[in-house]
Design a protein around this ligand. Structure first.
Ligand SMILES: *Cc1c(COP(=O)(O)O)cnc(C)c1O
Length: 399
């Protein structure tokens, strides 16, 4: 039986302070105590249910964390002010100076830049590998390696990481498998496949309304407590705390995630098949021509589909730009980075979200100039959308 993440979210029950059907928002940075002794115990982390200061924890953030831990089948979770605000403390918590990371080379541009340009300042080096080549991953592991890092579905090339096999490698060498699951919430539950730490940018599908940035780390209670430790916890001390108003609003959006993912996936599958039918070079994990299709199928919680992300290659940056501008003019979506919105978003990753990656490396990993990344929206009549897209493609002569 596969995990049922949406049911786990549904099964949670919250009440507000006055019997509200939504939990009350804790609109305070600091909390009073009737006794000084309880304040001390709370600071030491020994007073269950008491709050001290909202950078440490707040009721609203705990509610959202609880729901996301339920979704990801982990013991605990901590929410952060952005996706990068989740990724960077995890890496710094798990690595000391002189340690080493083995990471997929096709990852979010910000994560890549942090590993490549920032962590070396702390003497932490990263080897970037083709994550689909397990021998290459194993070869890159040294006695100093602490972390195996990947995205379930990689950005922007949509490669699929073999999580069970990577988890075996992590076990064999005593590493932590850290997985960014931003592109495949609900569809894939990495903790069930052996991941130690699961990260999301909540900014994308999970919040789904493109009105905020946010992040979460889902892991064992022990690791989440470490991140929040007042003496040496990276989440606590680096201070990337989510605001209570935001966590309350993201929690409300989380409740429709299963419906949205279903529709994003359905629409993306429809368009991917049509695009492929037109002879466009189309990458979508739901297509049988995708290299990771069988692997995704094996790992997935079926009802949520293969996700809302797809790419096409139209041959050149000029054509990509002209097509995107035309599609925006015809109101098919927005020329914008990010993903998971109700409206389709498209961008050329080589010059936007992956521009941190040097050109020669982009070429090596197959990230070509003419690539357009789509986050497919929740369009009610996807065939109508397709017909208009097709006419744009004809006009721009990419067909
Ligand atoms: C957007 C994104 C991030 C970074 O999240 P922010 O909320 O922008 O900080 C990390 N990983 C992936 C896969 C992303 O798409």
């Amino acid at each position: 039986m596969k995990y049922k993440p949406a049911d786990k979210i549904q099964d949670l029950q919250y009440f507000g302070e006055f019997g509200g059907v939504n939990p009350s928002i804790s609109d305070s940075s600091t909390y009073t105590f009737l006794s000084a002794k309880t304040m001390f115990d709370t600071f030491e982390g020994n007073a269950e249910g008491c709050y001290l200061y909202s950078r440490h924890s707040s009721p609203s953030n705990l509610y959202l964390g609880e729901a996301l831990a339920a979704m990801e089948a982990t013991e605990s979770a901590t929410v952060t002010a952005s996706g990068m605000g989740a990724i960077t403390p995890v890496l710094m918590q798990l690595c000391n100076s002189e340690d080493h990371i083995v990471s997929s080379r096709t990852i979010y541009g910000g994560t890549y830049a942090f590993m490549k340009n920032f962590l070396p300042k702390m003497n932490i080096e990263t080897s970037f590998v083709d994550i689909t080549k397990l021998e290459a991953v194993e070869t890159a592991i040294t006695s100093k390696t602490k972390i195996l890092y990947c995205e379930t579905v990689s950005n922007p090339l949509l490669e699929i990481a073999n999580l069970p096999a990577l988890a075996d490698l992590a076990k064999k060498y005593g590493l932590k498998l850290v997985v960014d699951n931003t592109f495949s919430p609900l569809s894939i539950t990495p903790s069930q496949l052996g991941a130690d730490v699961v990260i999301h940018s909540l900014t994308k599908f999970i919040n789904g309304s493109s009105d905020t940035v946010g992040g979460v780390v889902c892991a064992s209670a022990e690791f989440i407590d470490e991140l929040r430790n007042v003496n040496d916890g990276a989440c606590m001390l680096l201070g990337s705390t989510m605001d209570s108003f935001r966590s309350a609003s993201i929690l409300k959006n989380l409740r429709t995630l299963h419906l949205r993912m279903h529709k994003h996936s359905e629409n993306a599958m429809y368009l991917a098949k049509k695009f492929e039918g037109l002879g466009l070079r189309t990458v979508y994990p739901g297509l049988s021509t995708h290299k990771g299709h069988q692997l995704f199928k094996k790992m997935m919680n079926e009802e949520y589909g293969f996700g809302g992300m797809l790419t096409i290659d139209v041959g050149s940056l000029d054509k990509a730009n002209t097509l995107m501008e035309l599609m925006q003019e015809r109101n098919l979506g927005y020329l914008a980075v990010s993903l998971g919105f109700y409206k389709t978003l498209f961008s050329a990753p080589g010059t936007s979200t992956s521009s941190e990656i040097p050109e020669n490396e982009q070429e090596e990993m197959g990230l070509s100039d003419g690539l357009i990344r789509f986050s497919i929206g929740l369009d009610n009549h996807i065939d109508r959308t397709f017909q208009i897209m097709k006419s744009c493609m004809e006009e721009v002569e990419v067909l």
